[in-house]
Design a protein around this ligand. Structure first.
Ligand code: PEP
Length: 232
């Protein structure tokens, strides 16, 4: 069983959601499929797919206009939430400390955070990938609780580029080492960045890769379902 997590970002409407959930309902798979939707699409999951959100407030409640709390997500029956996606880190100035606070808020509400880490192109080109992901990991991950780590090189997101298998394997080994002391069954490790039906099975077979985080290709059944099927 592998995790296949779709991240719709700021895309889609009710009709699109219904269409994808219907096709997922008819799919027989051993994989655990999770769909992380925009806030407006979180309610009303009648098809059995596991639903996740794409952000959570670090606060419990109060004067935080526009934010959504862990309690609210729990109320909407959300089971997972992406935190620290590179687009939020870049566009909303989310630091490792904020990401950690958000992950902690999720865990407190019984929601499993999918904590994203990954180097940008400059960091990769200057040979700093491992030190960057190690720092992000150590500063973004709460001391206890169940969580998922998504390794998503920023330069690979939406670009059609992916790291080599060796680069992914080395990154995951670094992550495992940095998480020493954490029980393996309490953490799942995902790769994300330009996953498609052609590369999914290969990437999912790399040591320590427990699943995939899929952006663009998760929006429609004709691109998402082949990914899920390819690693069954
Ligand atoms: C993402 O944004 O999390 C992602 C993996 O995007 P894409 O698959 O489109 O590269």
């Amino acid at each position: 069983m592998k995790f296949i997590v779709g991240n719709w970002k700021m895309n889609g409407n009710m009709e699109n959601k219904e269409a994808l959930l219907k096709s997922l309902k008819n799919l027989r798979t051993n994989n655990k499929v999770i769909l992380c939707l925009p806030f407006t699409l979180l309610y009303g999951n009648n098809y059995g797919t596991i639903i996740g959100a794409q952000d959570i407030s670090e606060h419990d409640n109060g004067a935080y206009t526009g934010d959504i709390s862990g309690q609210m997500l729990k109320d909407a029956d959300v089971k997972y939430v992406i935190v620290g996606h590179s687009e939020r880190r870049a566009n909303h100035n989310e630091t490792n400390a904020i990401v950690k606070a958000k992950a902690t808020a999720a865990i407190k509400n019984g929601i499993i955070p999918i904590i994203c880490i990954g180097e940008n192109a400059t960091e990769k080109n200057s040979g700093r990938t491992m030190s960057v992901i190690k720092k992000m990991l150590l500063e973004s991950v709460p001391a206890k609780g169940e969580y998922i780590i998504a390794y998503e090189p920023r330069w690979a997101i939406g670009s059609g580029k992916t790291p080599t298998n060796e680069e992914i394997a080395t990154a995951f080994e670094t992550i495992m080492k940095a998480l020493h002391g954490i029980k393996r069954e309490n953490v799942a490790l995902l790769y994300g960045g330009s996953v498609n039906a052609k590369n999914a099975a290969q990437i999912a077979s790399i040591k320590n890769v427990d699943g995939l985080l899929v952006g663009g290709a998760s929006l429609k059944s004709d691109t998402f379902l082949p990914i899920i099927k390819s690693i069954d």
